[in-house]
Write a protein that binds this ligand. Structure first.
Ligand code: AMP
Length: 186
């Protein structure tokens, strides 16, 4: 099974993707985590940090190359769940192309819904322990603006393919997960 998880910052994508990956034995590929793992990496790390701290997206060329390798590896290992990718039309097109080239089918796109107020509260709470320099109010606002203008419109693309499963992200973690498993099966 190959999945994408969508939703605004703070909707619980990372948490749910980890649970899904564990249950269905999928490779969890978080573009944010993959980028954060590079932060200590000299010049590239410094470049990435600049974008993340501003709440902006890193350039498509950089992230597409990084994720391409991950797709092929994940699919060979029995499936993947992408968390935080794609985030732009260019990334979505690149993903479509890679999937087609590798003959990989995308089963579903899980869309976690959460209001901005609720999401901001969650991120600020997470910021107290996450150590993430982008979990502060100024950067969160910028991340939301990016989400609304560049990422949310991508849902239409997947709706056309009839792949989107809409999930209310407001209930507790276990309840949200249970709803997701009801869609995905045992
Ligand atoms: P996340 O961990 O998904 O909240 O991502 C944190 C930050 O990493 C974002 O605000 C971006 O700066 C960067 N990032 C993560 N995924 C992507 C992506 N697919 N494209 C561009 N930048 C990304």
């Amino acid at each position: 099974m190959n999945l994408l998880i969508f939703g605004p910052p703070g909707a619980g994508k990372g948490t749910q993707a980890s649970l899904i990956a564990k249950k269905y034995k999928l490779t969890h590929l978080s573009s944010g985590d993959i980028l954060r793992a590079e932060l200590k990496n000299g010049e590239l790390g410094a470049r990435i940090k600049k974008y993340q701290d501003a709440g902006k997206l890193v350039p498509d060329s950089l992230i597409i190359a990084m994720m391409e390798k991950a797709i092929i590896k994940g699919a060979k290992q029995g499936g993947f769940i992408f968390d935080g990718y794609p985030r732009t039309t260019k990334q979505a097109k690149a993903l479509d192309k890679s999937l087609k080239a590798e003959n990989i089918n995308l089963n579903a796109v899980i869309n976690l819904n959460l209001s901005e107020t609720e999401a901001i509260n969650r991120i600020l709470k997470r910021g107290r322990t996450s150590g993430r320099s982008d979990d502060n109010i100024k950067t969160i606002k910028a991340r939301f603006a990016v989400y609304h203008t560049l990422t949310a419109p991508l849902l239409k693309h997947y709706q056309k393919q009839e792949k989107v499963i809409n999930i209310n992200g407001r209930p507790p973690i276990t309840a949200v997960f249970k709803t997701i498993t009801q869609y995905l099966g045992k």
